[in-house]
Design a protein around this ligand. Structure first.
Ligand code: CP3
Length: 336
C-alpha cells in the first residue's frame, strides 16, 4: 500500500508525505519541450505514452511520494461531447453547451472516449515503485459547470445574471454530471490509481445561499460513492473560507486540501477527524530560500503531531524555478 493511502485510511499516524498539485506540467522544462511539439492539449492528454511520461517526470526529478496522472478536469466535458480548446495565456474555452448532445451520452460512450487515460494510468502504475501513490482526479460538478456554461467573469467573479438565469439548468445538470464523475473515478481506480482528489476550484464563486446545493451536496455524493467503493478521497473546496468547517462536518472526506486563504492555526483547531493537506501559498516558492523555509516550517510545526500531507494551497505556478521546489522538498524531508 502506498504511503499516501496509509495516511488517508488511518494506518499511519504521523508520516511525511509530499506531492504538489500541478507538479506535472507547466513549471517543468521537460514538459514544455513535449508540449511545444504537441499543440493540441486534449490530444496530449489522450496520448498514452506521453501522458505517462509527463506523469513520471516530477517523480524522477524530485522523488516525490505520489504521482498525479497527467490529464485535465476538462476531459469530462470533452468526453460528454463539448468541444474544449486551450489557447495560450487565455485559459480553456468551451463551445456553447448543447443539451441535446449532452443527453445523448451514456456510460459506455463516455468510458470509451476516456480509455486512453485509463491505459495511461495502468502503464504509469507499472512503472512506479509500490510505495508511491498514483493519484487520479476529477473536477467537482460545480467547477465543471462553471466551464461548461461559461459562468465566470474575468476577474474570478461569477456572471451573476447568467447564473440566476441558468439556475434550473445548473441544478438539473448537477446530478447527471455527478454520475459521470463517479464513473470516471471508478474507471481510473480500476486502471490502477489508488487515491482520488476532487478539485472544486471555483467553489469560492458560489453565492452563500447556494453552497449546500452546489458544493456540499455534490461533494458529499462523490465521497459517499468513494466510501462505498473503498476509495480514499481528498476534497479541495477552494475559496470557501470558514465554510471549510461546515464542509468537513457534512462531507467527511478522508483528506481535505487547504487553500492558501485558510489560516493553518484555524484549520488545526477547527477541522477535525480528517487528514489535512497543503495550504502554503504557491507564491512563496517565488521568494528567497530563507522565506520558503520559514513558511514551510510554520506548516510543519503546526501539523507536527497530526497526520499531514505536505502540499501547497493551489497548484505550482508556471514561473516556479525547479531549483526552489527541490530545496523545499529537501527542507520538508529533513525537518524534525
Ligand atoms: O500535475 C498535475 O496536477 C496533473 C495535471 C493537471 C492539469 N490540470 C494539467 C494541465 C491537473 C490536476 C489539472 C487540474 C485542473 N485543470 C484544474 C483544477 C486545479 C486548479 O488549478 O484549480 C482546473 C481548474 C483545470 C482547468 C484548466 N486546465 C485551466 C484553467 C488550464 C489553463 C491554465 C492552467 O492552469 O494551466 C488548463 C490547462 C492545463 N492543464 C495545463 C496543464 C499542464 C497547461 C496546458 C498548457 O501547456 O497550455
Amino acid at each position: 500500500m502506498s504511503n499516501l493511502k496509509k495516511i488517508l485510511v488511518g494506518k499511519k499516524k504521523i508520516c511525511k508525505s509530499i506531492w504538489f498539485m500541478r507538479q506535472a506540467g507547466r513549471h517543468l522544462p521537460e514538459f514544455r519541450k513535449i508540449r511545444s511539439k504537441n499543440k493540441d492539449f486534449i490530444e496530449l492528454c489522450l496520448n498514452v505514452n506521453l501522458s505517462s511520461e509527463i506523469t513520471i517526470q516530477p517523480i524522477k526529478k524530485y522523488n516525490l511520494d505520489s504521482a498525479i496522472i497527467f490529464s485535465d478536469i476538462l476531459m469530462v466535458p470533452f468526453a460528454l461531447g463539448q468541444k474544449v480548446k486551450f489557447t495560450k495565456n487565455k485559459g480553456p474555452a468551451l463551445d456553447k453547451f448543447n443539451e441535446n448532445i449532452f443527453n445523448k451520452n451514456n456510460k459506455k460512450t463516455f468510458s470509451k472516449k476516456l480509455k486512453p487515460i485509463y491505459m495511461a494510468i495502468t502503464k504509469t502504475r507499472r512503472a512506479l515503485p509500490k510505495n508511491k501513490s498514483l493519484i487520479c482526479f476529477v473536477g467537482a460538478p460545480w467547477t465543471l459547470l462553471v466551464y461548461m456554461l461559461n459562468l465566470k467573469e474575468k476577474k474570478n467573479k461569477i456572471k451573476i445574471t447568467q447564473f440566476k438565469k441558468n439556475k434550473k439548468k445548473i441544478y438539473n445538470l448537477l446530478n447527471s454530471l455527478t454520475k459521470y464523475i463517479c464513473l470516471h473515478i471508478k474507471n481510473q481506480i480500476k486502471a490502477g490509481a489508488d487515491v482520488v482528489q476532487v478539485f472544486d476550484s471555483w467553489a469560492g464563486l458560489i453565492p452563500s445561499n447556494d453552497l449546500n446545493t452546489l458544493c456540499i451536496n455534490p461533494n458529499l455524493k462523490i465521497v459517499q460513492f468513494c466510501k462505498k467503493n473503498k476509495i480514499p478521497i481528498i476534497c479541495f473546496p477552494k475559496g470557501i473560507k470558514k465554510n471549510y468547517s461546515k464542509f468537513n462536518e457534512k462531507v467527511k472526506p478522508d483528506g481535505l486540501s487547504l487553500d492558501y486563504d485558510i489560516d493553518p492555526f484555524w484549520a488545526k483547531k477547527n477541522l477535525k477527524n480528517v487528514v489535512l493537506q497543503g495550504g502554503m501559498h504557491p507564491k512563496v516558492l517565488l521568494k528567497t530560500k530563507d522565506k520558503i523555509y520559514k513558511e514551510a516550517k510554520k506548516y510543519l510545526d503546526i501539523f507536527k503531531d497530526v497526520p499531514y500531507i505536505f502540499n501547497l494551497g493551489h497548484g505550482v505556478l508556471p514561473q516556479t524555478n525547479p531549483v526552489k521546489l527541490r530545496q523545499l522538498i529537501k527542507f520538508v524531508r529533513e525537518y524534525k
